[in-house]
Write a protein that binds this ligand. Structure first.
Ligand SMILES: Cc1cc2nc3c(=O)[nH]c(=O)nc-3n(C[C@H](O)[C@H](O)[C@H](O)COP(=O)(O)OP(=O)(O)OC[C@H]3O[C@@H](n4cnc5c(N)ncnc54)[C@H](O)[C@@H]3O)c2cc1C
Length: 390
């Protein structure tokens, strides 16, 4: 369809087709809307935040028990997406959170598990060594084990959402950066401009990840974009002890407060075992990020692994950078634009959001189609004055 000035028109335009935007495009198209999705790069690309073969999923959320209902719904939606797309997306391997007994990771996970009655076990260092022989925690380190934790595959997840969006009639345009958007003064529609032309829609959803400041500068959100590195090592002695049937995903809070995490060996084309640091990345922008990984950085990672998972840091197989878009408090943003009711904003997944993208897609589609969400989304409103107790 087009307007009298020749501008193609849609019900909804989704800008940014990464983790969040691909899920939103699918959910909105599945609600019968005519959707146009646009991305500055190709499908499931490696320049944003949704790449690197694996993302941790867990339910006993150490960050805040208020996330747990969203996680339970996300698990349901990952399983449904897996079925509908015929792709291998979610693998439950069990997950081990290690650290001091009163530390953020162990105490926070225990708090969520107890609050929501989620299955879990608490292990001392001897029990951890016996059960997971790749790990050599020092005396005094404890483990919170959650059988329902595991990982999802980010590129396959994005591709599955895009494929289902298409199946529901969405038109998807890649290598087409949006340069501006203008809300109609009537409050009814929006015009979106790209290098290739202009499009009109009744509603707009903006999910630009690390490029948020470009399209949402007017919101003046206190974002910080940070650089992180994903490292794949070839364990000394091979990957067998790291296979998904015997090795959990893990998050380890070291005595100095630094957090790192890792995955089982996926046995895929990349090979090796992936690890990365969590939080405290270097501030960057999508334009200035250094994509090269220095030997000194690899050595820092090795230094954390050697005393704790000694066979893991063998040869470095590969390393790849990624960006977190950090919001203070790490609660995401999934909310109507405060000035333009026809615009919905989804961003600020703060480095822990991939596991949530199906439910965030559902929230965004609720907001767009129904004007309100079935989920309690006060948590994801940057204007909130307090965080609701779980
Ligand atoms: C190293 C690393 C490890 C992580 N580990 C985990 C984990 O274990 N578990 C977990 O749950 N989460 C994890 N995360 C976080 C999670 O992966 C991200 O929060 C999530 O993928 C972000 O999705 P997004 O849609 O906001 O951003 P992206 O996936 O980056 O998507 C944004 C999209 O917008 C497009 N775009 C931007 N500007 C424009 C424009 N002007 N026009 C058109 N398109 C535009 C971009 O090209 C991009 O495709 C990790 C992140 C990183 C970097």
């Amino acid at each position: 369809m087009s307007r009298s000035d020749g501008t193609a028109t849609y019900d909804v335009i989704v800008v940014g087709l990464g983790g969040m935007g691909s899920a939103a495009a699918y959910r909105i198209a599945a609600r019968g809307q005519r959707v146009l999705g646009l991305d500055r790069y190709g499908p499931a690309h490696t320049r944003g935040a949704s790449h690197g073969e694996s993302r941790v999923v867990r339910q006993a959320y150490s960050e805040d028990p208020a996330y747990v209902p969203f996680l339970l719904r996300s698990y349901e939606l990952w399983e449904r997406l897996q079925r509908d797309s015929g792709r291998d997306l979610l693998t439950v391997t069990g997950g081990l959170m290690l650290g001091r007994e009163g530390g953020l990771t162990v105490a926070g996970s225990t708090r969520s598990a107890r609050y929501w009655n989620l299955p879990h076990e608490l292990l001392d260092s001897r029990q951890i060594r016996r059960r997971f022989p790749t790990m050599t925690p020092a005396k005094g380190t404890v483990g919170f084990y959650e059988e329902n934790a595991g990982f999802v595959r980010p590129e396959a997840g994005v591709e599955a959402h895009l494929e289902l969006a298409r199946r529901h009639g969405a038109r998807l345009g890649f290598e087409e950066p949006v340069t501006r958007w203008d809300a109609d003064p009537s409050g009814e529609g929006v015009t979106v401009t790209t290098g290739k032309g202009a499009y009109h829609a009744s509603r707009l959803v903006i999910c630009p990840g690390a490029w948020t400041w470009e399209l949402l500068a007017d919101l003046d959100l206190p974002f910080r974009v940070e650089r992180y590195v994903q490292y794949w090592f070839d364990p000394v002695g091979g990957t067998r002890p790291y296979g998904p049937s015997r090795h959990p995903v893990f998050i380890w809070e070291a005595g100095d407060g630094r957090l790192f995490y890792g995955f089982p060996a996926l046995g895929d084309r990349v090979g090796g075992v992936k690890v990365s640091f969590l939080r405290a990345g270097r501030p960057v922008t999508p334009e200035t990020i250094d994509r090269d990984v220095r030997p000194a950085e690899v050595e820092i990672m090795r230094g954390y692994l050697r005393p704790r998972v000694p066979t893991l840091p063998g040869g470095l197989r590969r390393a790849s950078t990624c960006m977190y878009t950090h919001v203070p408090g790490e609660y995401f943003v999934a909310t109507p634009h405060p000035e333009c009711p026809q615009v919905t904003v989804g961003c600020g997944l703060s480095g822990h959001g991939f596991k949530f993208v199906p439910v965030v897609g559902e929230i965004l589609s609720d907001l767009v189609v129904d004007g309100a969400s079935r989920h309690p989304i006060e948590l994801f409103d940057p204007q909130r004055t307090s965080v609701p107790a779980a």
